[in-house]
Design a protein around this ligand. Structure first.
Ligand code: NAP
Length: 313
């Protein structure tokens, strides 16, 4: 039987920071990587907004540094995917790949969120070569270029506005004849001369040699006046929502209507004592590495406090 005082699920900035703090507090944490070691950040090109890297850093390097820092204080890592949990009693139980069972006094859930993609083949072909799901992360690489953002919600409008501050031109590809975003966000987008909103458009495919150079769109798909047309673009940003990776926990943890783990106020505490949520799995608002790292720190500190109350019982 593998038992730990603190088991961390997820290897993004939240998970690794939780591990650094938990290890330094002598909790001998066990961190289970999950499907993508390093988390969502690994799909971006370069990290330029994480404090401490004045020249920017490659995501692989940054996540390797965080991992080494966690390892230095004694974190143990398990490569694998958590497939089942049981938080009904203490110790909590976690299964990796359905077979290996781990028990833990405290669990920190740092499973992140996944950007939704359209599901077209070319989107995967150009991933990291013009396709991005984070304007804040990758927008800078499209300075004075032309990009498209897909989506009609607040995220898409926010990303379009952000990119308009950097790029020469931004297309906003919206599948409906209207935007879903709040009035203020709509106004900003519609009044921005650099943004052209393409209502009732869907993306058929991306085109280009080795990187995105264009997109084939369809206007009013299935209608009598359906039309195909092409736009030249250098970048293609998805902003059609994120899905928190929390399905595994829905029988135990309170989730909001979108699936984000509910935490108490500014803390990472969930509805179950000894179980904490940190990073994008519990953060529909900021979704930034630095915010996730801070939440990981808080989660480890809460776990330590909880363990001490258990030990004093
Ligand atoms: P959202 O409100 O769910 O909007 C998603 C958008 O993507 C919708 O316009 C949707 O189109 C479109 N979409 C979904 N699937 C698509 C597909 N397959 N092809 C083309 N378009 C597709 O998501 P969000 O914008 O990420 O916002 C999520 C929540 O966070 C919202 O409650 C939002 O208000 C909030 N938020 C707030 C702020 C802020 O306060 N500043 C910033 C960002 C987000 P349809 O409209 O046709 O469904």
């Amino acid at each position: 039987m593998n038992h730990t005082q603190c088991l961390i699920i997820g290897s993004g900035p939240a998970g690794y920071t939780a591990a650094i703090y938990a290890a330094r507090a002598n909790m001998q944490p066990l961190l289970i990587d999950g499907p993508q070691q390093g988390g969502q950040l690994m799909i971006t090109t370069e990290v330029e907004n994480f404090p401490g890297y004045p020249d920017g850093v490659e995501p692989f390097q940054m996540m390797t540094d965080l991992r080494r820092q966690a390892e230095r204080f004694g974190t143990q890592f398990i490569e694998g995917i958590v497939t089942k949990v049981d938080f009904s009693a203490t110790p909590k139980k976690v299964w990796v790949e359905d077979s290996d069972e781990y028990t833990a006094d405290t669990v920190i859930v740092a499973t992140g969120a996944s950007a939704r993609f359209l599901g077209i083949e070319s989107e995967q072909t150009y991933r990291g070569r013009g396709v991005s799901a984070c304007a804040t992360c990758d927008g800078f690489f499209y300075r004075n270029k032309t990009v498209a953002v897909v989506g009609g919600g607040d995220t898409a409008c926010g990303e379009a506005e952000y990119l308009a501050g950097i790029c020469q031109k931004v297309y906003l590809i919206v599948r409906k004849p209207y935007l879903r975003a709040t009035d203020i966000m709509q106004k900003r987008v519609l009044n921005n001369p650099k943004i052209e909103v393409l209502f009732e458009h869907n993306t058929l495919r991306l085109t280009g040699e080795n990187k995105v150079q264009g997109a084939d769109l369809i206007f009013r798909k299935g209608e009598a006046d359906e039309q195909l047309h092409h736009i030249d673009i250098d970048g293609f940003f998805l902003a059609i929502g994120h899905k928190p990776n929390t399905d595994l926990f829905k029988d135990y943890l309170e989730l909001d209507s979108e699936g984000y783990i509910r935490v108490h106020g500014e803390t990472p505490c969930t509805n179950i004592a000894g179980v904490y949520a940190a990073g994008d799995c519990a953060d529909p608002r900021y979704r930034q590495a630095i915010v996730a790292a801070a939440a990981g720190c808080k989660a480890a500190m809460e776990a330590d406090k909880y363990l001490k109350t258990l030990q004093n019982k």
